[in-house]
Ligand binder design. Structure first.
Ligand SMILES: Nc1ncnc2c1ncn2[C@@H]1O[C@H](COP(=O)(O)OP(=O)(O)OP(=O)(O)O)[C@@H](O)[C@H]1O
Ligand SMILES: Cc1cn([C@H]2C[C@H](O)[C@@H](COP(=O)(O)O)O2)c(=O)[nH]c1=O
Length: 213
């Protein structure tokens, strides 16, 4: 059962700016006395970070797409049970960098398992815990990849290193996912200065946050 908290997820292709926006948001909300839980997928807790390490390891090039989809779903389940659901039950706002829509776009569409098939295995994993709101940061894959390649502190993982055609399919996959969940997913143009992206994010969030207080 979902508590009275608010579950918000951030989605988008590589380098869209999700992590950057999230950290700005956490800072601003906390400065305004609003307590939030900021987390990420895959990861956020010990078991799921270990699964992340297995999935994203550059040496694991032989990983089967269905194994990949199941590992993401397993990491998601544990993260929900250990971190997200308890926080929502304490009426907290949970901000999560990626969630089910990444699986639908990357494994469902780009890996060609099928969006509906990947949705099914994830329905088992999440057991009804869909986000209240999802912010999709929209950027073309070439632009996002250019951004992350410029960031020398960021190590490229197995998924980052996929060929450009894969990343273009991820982008196309997201367009289908947005059409599938139009009420929940809000699209924000991310190929603009970070302050403008952040203002748009805050404008979308405002009515949801007002309902919390
Ligand atoms: N609006 C922006 N304009 C220019 N550069 C940006 C913008 N947003 C983020 N960046 C830069 O782009 C890089 C990627 O940003 P970030 O890590 O936030 O993306 P991400 O969506 O979390 O990526 P990934 O999912 O691949 O981890 C960083 O170096 C960041 O400083
Ligand atoms: C949750 C989730 C993620 N992915 C992919 C997307 C990225 O390539 C990596 C995560 O790396 P990030 O730097 O933290 O964005 O994993 C995926 O393919 N499927 C998923 O469900």
């Amino acid at each position: 059962m979902k508590g009275k908290g608010l579950f918000i997820t951030f989605e988008g292709p590589e380098g869209a700016g999700k992590t950057t926006v999230l950290s700005k948001l956490v800072k601003e909300l906390e400065e305004n006395g609003i307590n939030v839980v900021s987390t990420r997928e895959p990861g956020g807790i010990v078991i799921s970070e270990k699964i992340r390490h297995i999935i994203l390891n550059k040496e694991h090039t032989m990983m089967d797409p269905r194994t990949e989809a199941l590992l993401y779903a397993a990491a998601r389940r544990q993260h929900l049970v250990e971190k997200v659901i308890p926080a929502l039950n304490e009426n907290k706002i949970v901000l999560c960098d990626r969630f089910i829509d990444s699986s639908l776009a990357y494994q469902g569409f780009a890996r060609e398992i099928g969006i509906e098939e990947v949705l099914q295995i994830n329905e088992f994993a999440i057991n009804g815990m869909m986000p209240d709101l999802t912010l999709y940061l929209d950027i073309l894959p070439e632009r996002g990849l250019e951004r992350i390649s410029k960031n020398k502190e960021r190590e490229m993982n197995r998924l980052d290193l996929e060929h450009i055609e894969f990343h273009k399919k991820v982008y196309e996959g997201y367009q289908q996912v947005i059409k599938r969940f139009p009420e929940r997913i809000h699209v924000i143009k991310a190929d603009q200065p970070i302050d403008q992206v952040f203002e748009k994010v805050k404008a979308v969030l405002k009515p949801y946050l007002q309902r919390m207080v």
